[in-house]
Design a protein around this ligand. Sequence first.
Ligand SMILES: CC(=O)N[C@H]1[C@@H](OP(=O)(O)OP(=O)(O)OC[C@H]2O[C@@H](n3ccc(=O)[nH]c3=O)[C@H](O)[C@@H]2O)O[C@H](CO)[C@@H](O)[C@@H]1O
Ligand SMILES: O=P([O-])([O-])O[C@@H]1[C@@H](O)[C@H](O)[C@@H](O)[C@H](O)[C@@H]1O
Length: 357
Amino acid sequence: MTRVAFYAPMKPPTHPVPSGDRAMGRAILQALEHGNMDAELVSTLQTVDKQGCRDIQTRLLAQAEREATRLITLGQHSNWQVWITYHSYYKAPDLVGPVVAAALKLPYFQIEATRARKRLTGPWAAFAQAAEAASDAADVIFHLTQRDALALRAYQAPHQKIIHLPPFLPRVNLPPQSLCEGAMLSVGMLRHGDKIASYELIADTLKRLKTPDWRLVIAGDGPALNAVASIMGPFGARVEMRGSLDAEALEKEYSNASLLFWPGVNEAFGVTYLEAQAAGLPVVAQDRPGVIDVLAPGQYPRPEQGPEALAQELDALLRHPDERAGRGRAARDHIAAHHLISGASTILCTAISEVLA
Ligand SMILES: CC(=O)N[C@H]1[C@@H](OP(=O)(O)OP(=O)(O)OC[C@H]2O[C@@H](n3ccc(=O)[nH]c3=O)[C@H](O)[C@@H]2O)O[C@H](CO)[C@@H](O)[C@@H]1O
Ligand SMILES: O=P([O-])([O-])O[C@@H]1[C@@H](O)[C@H](O)[C@@H](O)[C@H](O)[C@@H]1O
């Protein structure tokens, strides 16, 4: 059994708050296990600076140095063969993996690392340089979206492999299929920034709906609860905010919904699109980089077409149950063909075995 040291500097898979990156971190651990690899979460240190603050970065760089020293000692008595880091980028660089991997002579893999050269100067300079150096040190980088591949290929280190790993759900089979007959569903944690931008667009769209008796259920919770509640206030009981749901409750919501409505403002790709489509829900989203990589083939309105185009899409689907069911089936087939654990596990484990051979 290949022994893998796993690390996610943004958020460990054991963190209590749901998010897409936590879901992907967990899914990767399961994909390694599925491929008969013995993966161990070796550190829970979060090296995250969301503000662009030199003091935070200096403090975390020092903490990471101590963590790397601890792991080098630990690694001398563990027989790790490979190091994998999930999601290193300029706001949450991997400050630990490259140091430990070099000291222990382990191949160093990154999954969903992104390069952002324009951040090499400015408030994130120290972290951006560290993220860039970590990517330079990687033997293999797996990219989840085509957009990420552009910069990774442009600055690819000599002998580095860059491999496409389509985002995936940690399951072999599909969940129960929705009849596509309930309320519309939006799933997104209630955060300021990109999430609230999607919620604002949702509200602007709902105002324009011509369908008389629509309903929307929202799953998610977080610091922007009051802001989202006030954005949705004008719709009264038609919008029902359910709070943060666990996996089982969320699966029930997917199977009770008629469609998923999530515009996807600045999403890297959106785990909820995978979850909803797996349940056979048609998705109303905008055609955005990353997002389009995980949506079933079809026509999606461009961002510049605004809420009017989204409202037309929703009205058309709400009016035509057969269209909803047909698009839902296509979405489900798309997930089964491209975004489940077996394919991902093969891609990951083959690349690891090749490097170790
Ligand atoms: C703004 C942004 O860039 N977001 C990215 C972020 O995830 P981010 O956390 O923003 O969003 P996602 O939509 O990917 O995932 C949300 C996750 O939270 C879970 N959930 C949600 C509501 C709830 O009540 N209960 C619950 O468990 C969902 O099941 C899902 O697994 O990292 C992911 C991995 O790179 C990307 O796919 C997202 O695009
Ligand atoms: O706040 P939290 O849910 O622990 O962590 C969150 C991350 O998991 C998420 O992917 C990111 O986009 C948010 O800005 C936030 O940092």
